[in-house]
Ligand binder design. Structure first.
Ligand SMILES: Cc1cc2nc3c(=O)[nH]c(=O)nc-3n(C[C@H](O)[C@H](O)[C@H](O)COP(=O)(O)OP(=O)(O)OC[C@H]3O[C@@H](n4cnc5c(N)ncnc54)[C@H](O)[C@@H]3O)c2cc1C
Length: 137
């Protein structure tokens, strides 16, 4: 179930915990429509919100898959696997291939294939930093 970061971020601790319990109840009731009385067998139910994702991963706004992959800005914010710094490569869901486990694995595979090859860093630091600055705007 998708949930907005700002919705959860705006709550105080009491409201946050209460809403988490309510959402947990709603989800369990939904499941019971398919599997009746399943709640009798649930020993532990934990609900994670975008704030939980943020706490565990450090990802801004709890983004689960890194940058949005929508067509409007695909590629414009994604960091290159190659960097201006020799022998520094990035593999992550924030890089050009990344996004989900499979994307991250492919970006790591690409980074691995670049290791040890001379002079493959991007053309200039200025160009690379420009990409990062654009990402912030
Ligand atoms: C709930 C959830 C479900 C998901 N389900 C799927 C799925 O079914 N299929 C799928 O393909 N993808 C799924 N994803 C997405 C996938 O998990 C991520 O895209 C992928 O794990 C990102 O890999 P990463 O290496 O870029 O970052 P991460 O796996 O987030 O690794 C980054 C690591 O860096 C650590 N870190 C952060 N800041 C610092 C710091 N300052 N110093 C030291 N360490 C730091 C973090 O603790 C973390 O361990 C899911 C994500 C979430 C949150």
């Amino acid at each position: 179930m998708l949930a907005g970061y700002n919705y959860w971020k705006g709550m105080d601790k009491i409201e946050y915990e209460k809403t988490k319990r309510q959402v947990t109840e709603i989800l369990i009731r939904r499941v019971e429509e398919v599997i009746p009385k399943i709640s009798k067998y649930i020993e532990l139910a934990i609900l994670a919100t975008p704030l939980t994702m943020e706490r565990y991963t450090g990802n801004r706004d709890g983004a689960a898959y890194g940058w949005s992959r929508n067509v409007f800005f695909y590629g414009s914010r994604h960091m290159n696997i190659q960097t201006p710094i020799r022998n520094l490569f990035l593999a992550s869901n924030w890089t050009k291939i990344g996004g989900g486990v499979e994307g991250v694995m492919r970006s790591a595979d690409r980074a691995y294939s670049l290791i040890g090859k001379a002079d493959i860093h991007t053309s200039s630091c200025r160009e690379y930093i420009g990409i990062c600055l654009n990402a912030e705007s």
